[in-house]
Design a protein around this ligand. Structure first.
Ligand SMILES: [Cu+2]
Length: 146
């Protein structure tokens, strides 16, 4: 008798599980050929409801900050590619003083940076900015702004 009850319970559970599987499984559109299920014209905005209608905000790229370490009498990243609006921060790790000075005499013009000293500059125009160190002119670097 106990065995029959157990079997009955197991059968009921199995029936419910199978029924639940067919009831709750996602609907598959049999008209869509395999491999094309995801090809729809629905945009991400439509799915997420963002941005709200009439309140579209243009895509803004946040300006970045790039760090260049001055160490061992060289600009450790001698050439760097950045975007307009980005900021570069030079940090001198040598005991000797260094500068960040534009070849052109414009744009970059730091003080003498002692150990731990920093110089920060934000680039607002596209171009190539070559620079050097005044007391050590063989120390060279270039910032390419695109
Ligand atoms: Cu130097």
């Amino acid at each position: 008798m106990k065995t029959e009850v157990t079997v009955l319970v197991v059968v009921i559970v199995l029936v419910l599980a199978v029924a639940g599987y067919f009831i709750f499984q996602p609907k598959i559109d049999s008209n869509v050929p395999l491999g094309e299920e995801n090809e729809t014209n629905v945009t991400v905005e439509q799915i997420h409801g963002f941005p709200p209608p009439g309140n579209e905000t243009p895509l803004v790229i946040e300006p970045k900050t790039h760090n260049i370490i001055v160490s061992g009498f060289e600009f450790t990243q001698s050439e760097i590619l950045i975007k307009v609006g980005d900021t570069v921060i030079w940090t001198n790790m040598d005991f000797s003083s260094h500068t960040v000075t534009s070849d052109s005499g414009e744009e970059l013009d730091s003080e003498y940076l002692g150990k731990g000293g920093t110089y920060s500059h934000t680039f607002t125009k596209v171009g190539e900015y070559s620079y050097y160190c005044v007391p050590h002119p063989y120390m060279k670097g270039k910032v390419i702004v695109e």
